[in-house]
Design a protein around this ligand. Sequence first.
Ligand code: NAD
Ligand code: DAU
Length: 343
Amino acid sequence: MIDLNTSRVLVTGGAGFIGSNFVLYLLKKYPGAKVVNLDKLTYAGNLENLKSVEGDARYSFVKGDITDAKLVSRVMEGVDVVVHFAAETHVDRSIMKPADFVLTNVVGTQVLLDAAVNHKVKRFHHISTDEVFGSLPLDPAMKFSEDSPLKPSSPYSASKAGSDLLVRAYSKTFGLPITITNTSNNYGPYQFPEKLIPLAITNLLEDKKVPVYGQGVNVRDWIWVEDHCRGIDSAITKGRAGETYCLGGPEDMISNLEVVKKILAIMNKGEEYIEFVKDRPGHDLRYAIDSSKAEKELGYQPTIKLDEGLEMAVKWYVENKDWWARIKSGQYQDYYRAQYDSR
Ligand code: NAD
Ligand code: DAU
């Protein structure tokens, strides 16, 4: 049994969106936990997310790359539990530059696994995605589960599938006690404004249009980020070593266009703010997760419905304009032009 309250936890990618939410969640829920955050601080890493715990004696930060074996081995000393978030995560960027994804997501994971075996960690928890299972048709009866075959469509999801397979292989071959969670589309505070929901909200706050790929018929399974953090916690503390758990949101079958229309309604904007643009190559039609294994074994239940979560997300971006305005005025401008100007 893993007790996070008495554990030294290495969080990789803790300065990113979900990683930083998880660090804050962990320190709040477990007063006895010690957290080391290893993050390269790529364009997606932002230490501002962790300002509230900067001075907390239980928290420390190491700036570094998970592909750096020497550094990783040093950081792994005395670690009980690894929670591995660090990754290149944006599908559109993986289409522009796949190599970065293979290096961090595949090689970086393997470097961490080696160090975890050598240092005999008690649990290596790998954060993965439903995208590794490919695409579903628009049939509500069909969902991804732990038994779904890996059929990734993008360089991002292929690199995540590669990392999932390595994690499983280290469990079988070296006896490393692992767990994996495959989770759907997260949204909430501190999400980088390249992803659909924060992109839509921040564009509207700047009185810009929202780019919708294709006809907006694609469907995602949306999960509030704190529900995901609770799911990770329960997979580590209640999950069986060697197992995978799928964690989904509370609803499915809501198209991107419907999501954008919900955001427009919350923000009192009309549909003239929708701009249909060229589709993403290899765009998966639908993701949906069957969480029943996690519900049964871990007591997992997502609590925040999409309508409530979108209200909370809009409120957060309205109240934290400084956070995203700094991001949007920097290097992100070059990416935005490359991604959207020719569409
Ligand atoms: P993010 O892009 O917001 O953050 C990624 C973090 O990893 C950043 O802080 C970045 O600096 C760090 N990083 C990148 N390369 C690194 C390297 N080589 N060494 C050390 N640190 C590095 O990502 P996110 O959306 O928070 O996703 C976190 C994890 O969750 C990823 O593994 C992703 O595949 C997975 N996931 C994300 C979602 C989602 O909807 N966002 C859903 C399911 C699973
Ligand atoms: O499913 C989990 C995955 O969710 C994670 O593994 C990824 O790290 C995360 O990026 C996310 O992937 P998606 O590609 O589903 O998320 P994104 O926010 O990029 O896009 C959501 C949907 O919205 C998708 O169908 C593409 C569409 N879209 C996206 C953008 C950025 C648009 O229509 N317009 C846009 O400008």
